[in-house]
Design a protein around this ligand. Structure first.
Ligand code: ITT
Length: 209
């Protein structure tokens, strides 16, 4: 399959500052001029899709059409196996209008407790990346990282649900890791650690360079 190559300017189609920072970090080694959706005053489209990929695609297309530039969107979330995959595509909504992730993490703990689900609480993060051009061409990539939840939350770094997620093979949460550790991008090109860095590795191979 031939992929379309990305060059020049790119809109990072997200209004989430934690994600924006990570997308900028991942794009940093490439000669891409990144401008945020917020800086361009782009509206936040309603996320009506039922899958991460569908929501990433609709966000990327909306930003690309509105700006006339290629746009990269990420739709992501935390899926808790004992909760049937919740909060999943509703991960942002569980934090409410006030984006209160401490409350969203307490809700996960409370629901696990109410179910009597014993640890280990298996969970995974998913990141769906969509890269869209103004002619509606879209490239899609998806990454996942498996791990287990810990309560109370650990660490002040990262964003969202990072403090309750310990990736397999590690003993610290994403909230305790530096940005470089969380991305976990090995110099030899082998598999990265975070869901977003894993999806980005595939995007980079296909569309960058
Ligand atoms: P945009 O749609 O503007 O990008 P959003 O916050 O609404 O921002 P999503 O709909 O994709 O984004 O929601 C995903 C939520 O899942 C997000 O708000 C985070 O709290 C959480 N999440 C996603 N990736 C995460 C990560 O790497 N670490 C911690 N939490 C994450």
């Amino acid at each position: 399959m031939t992929h379309r190559k990305l060059a020049g300017r790119l809109v990072a189609a997200t209004h989430n500052s934690g994600k924006l920072r990570e997308l900028r970090e991942l794009l940093a080694p490439y000669a891409i001029d990144v401008v945020s959706a917020g800086a361009l005053g782009l509206a936040e489209p309603e996320e009506t899709g039922e899958t991460f990929a569908a929501n990433a695609t609709l966000k990327a297309i909306a930003a690309s059409r509105a700006s006339g530039l290629p746009a990269l969107a990420d739709d992501s979330g935390l899926c808790v196996e004992a909760l049937g995959g919740a909060p999943g595509v509703y991960s942002a909504r569980w934090a409410g209008e006030g984006k209160d992730f401490a409350a969203a993490m307490r809700r996960i703990e409370a629901e696990l407790e109410a179910m009597g689900a014993p640890p280990p609480w298996r969970a995974y993060f998913v990141s769906a990346l969509a890269l869209a051009w103004p002619d509606d061409h879209v490239e899609n990539f998806e990454g996942r990282v498996d791990g287990a939840l810990v309560f109370p939350p650990r660490g002040e770094r990262g964003f969202g649900y990072d403090p309750i997620f310990v990736p397999d093979g590690h003993d610290r949460s994403f909230g305790e890791m530096s940005a470089e550790e969380k991305h976990g991008l090995p110099a030899d090109g082998s598999r990265a650690l975070s869901h977003r860095a894993r999806a980005f590795q595939d995007l980079a191979r296909a569309c960058l360079g």
